[in-house]
Design a protein around this ligand. Structure first.
Ligand code: SAM
Length: 285
């Protein structure tokens, strides 16, 4: 697809407010599709098909493709660029408002493997990824182009500056794997930052089984409330530990095998699961 030609033919200018940076590098388009590991029978969901560049590659590889686009101006463009493909269904709407379960029921067979492939609009990367994961729809791989800095956070391991509540939340549901770094020159118009393609392989089972998932995520949020503070100080100031005094919390951390002077960014997902369960026990007493 000749991106500039399509934009001119339909008199379209990219809308910054919708995160419109159209990917023009065919090698990267192919790498995204390869990373999604689609077979000819699989379903694919694309978020933000734009002018249809990635959609075309997906249509040639997957059994069927559902693509959700918010910008009404692009619907006639997609109608034209994808006219050869009868296995593509365009949904006009905001992915964050969409009922994913209903979408799955309508477009994918119950026994069908489904993966997501998308060059995400950067202003809503995290809400989209979290919606896909928390909705618990049947998913195999999520292959997304995101800002390089976000990809680093998604894949970060304990101990580094990039590691935070987003890393842990995503790694609870998925195994992340960096696919490639993408320079800004691969897009029209060029974004202000470099990008990366990351594959999130959705796990069948989470790596830990906290007693209460919501509490587990709340403990993680509280532990990163102020990155420079110790785990002890962050928890002491959290409503989750209301009524627990400093010596009790200190002793509780030590019993859980967590040195109170550590920072939240050094704790593994297993340690967070243990910590969450211990805090629940104390709260019940
Ligand atoms: N897939 C195309 C490509 O790779 O060239 C376009 C990617 S562009 C980075 C992001 C696309 O997401 C745009 O087409 C934009 O209109 C669309 N978009 C933005 N917000 C959206 C939302 N809330 N729901 C669905 N699509 C959205």
């Amino acid at each position: 697809m000749k991106t500039k030609e399509v934009l001119n033919r339909f008199s379209i200018t990219a809308k910054k407010s919708l995160g419109q940076n159209f990917l023009t590098d065919t090698r990267i388009l192919q790498r995204i599709v390869d990373a999604a590991q689609l077979s000819g029978d699989d379903g694919a969901l694309e978020i933000g098909p734009g002018l249809g560049a990635l959609t075309e590659y997906l249509a040639q590889t997957a059994g069927n493709v559902v693509a959700v686009e918010i910008d009404q101006r692009l619907l006639p463009v997609l109608g034209a660029t994808l006219k050869e493909y009868s296995n593509v269904h365009i949904v006009h709407g905001d992915v964050l408002k969409l009922d994913l379960e209903a979408l799955w029921q309508q477009h994918f067979r119950p026994d069908q493997q489904v993966s997501v492939a998308a060059n995400l609009p950067y202003y809503i990367t995290t809400p989209i990824i979290m919606k896909l994961l928390e909705s618990r729809v049947r998913l195999n791989n999520i292959v997304v182009m995101v800002q390089k800095e976000v990809a680093d956070r998604l894949a970060a391991r304990p101990g580094g500056k990039q590691y935070g509540s987003l890393s842990i939340a995503v790694q609870y549901y998925c195994e992340p794997e960096m696919v490639c770094i993408v320079p800004r020159a691969a897009f029209i118009p060029q974004p202000n930052v470099d990008s990366a393609v990351i594959r999130l392989r959705v796990r069948e089972e989470p790596p830990v089984r906290p007693m209460d998932e919501r509490h587990f995520f709340a403990v993680i949020q509280a532990s990163f409330a102020q990155r420079r503070k110790t785990i002890l100080n962050n928890l002491l100031h959290s409503p989750l530990c209301a009524g627990i005094d400093r010596p009790t919390l200190e002793a509780m951390l030590q019993q859980t095998g967590i040195e109170p002077s550590r920072r939240g960014e050094t704790l593994s997902i297993e340690e967070y699961a243990r910590l969450s369960d211990t805090l629940l026990h104390i709260a019940k007493k």
